[in-house]
Design a protein around this ligand. Structure first.
Ligand code: THU
Length: 126
């Protein structure tokens, strides 16, 4: 699967976004080392802090199915700037795959790609 196809899966996943508060749907598509793809969308809550991002939904789905090694994650959001993963999602991803490739798109479909190690250096661990 190429980057574009993974981003398309993220865009499709955003269609299930529950985001009545921000009105900002986000989708994610997470590729596992064995090639399996798990998608996720943001799920908001009236208690705003209980909101969960699309990326963490995808990771939770994957880990709960026995996956622990990830190679790429595509993030889709119709924003003016590239839709980058928040700090909590970076920490969540680094737990399992510190070198995962992170694809971040913006409105119009352009995307950038970074190794997570560049987005999340000196992450917490003990
Ligand atoms: N959001 C994500 O799902 N992923 C990100 O990388 C950034 C932010 C969601 C959380 C919230 O539902 C909405 O975008 C606005 O912050």
């Amino acid at each position: 699967m190429n980057d574009r196809q993974l981003l398309d899966m993220a865009r499709e996943a955003a269609g299930n976004s529950y985001s009545p508060y921000s009105k900002f749907p986000v989708g994610a598509a997470l590729e596992c080392a064995d090639g399996t793809i798990y998608t996720g969308c943001n799920i908001e809550n009236a208690a705003l802090g209980s909101t969960i991002c699309a990326e963490r939904v995808a990771v939770c789905k994957a880990v709960s199915e026995g996956q622990r090694e990830f190679t790429r994650i595509a993030i889709w959001g119709e924003s003016e700037n590239y839709c980058m993963p928040c700090g909590a999602c970076r920490q969540f991803l680094v737990e399992f795959s510190p070198d995962i490739e992170v694809l971040c798109s913006k409105a119009g479909g352009r995307y950038v790609s970074y190794p997570l190690s560049k987005l999340m250096p000196y992450s917490f661990n003990y």
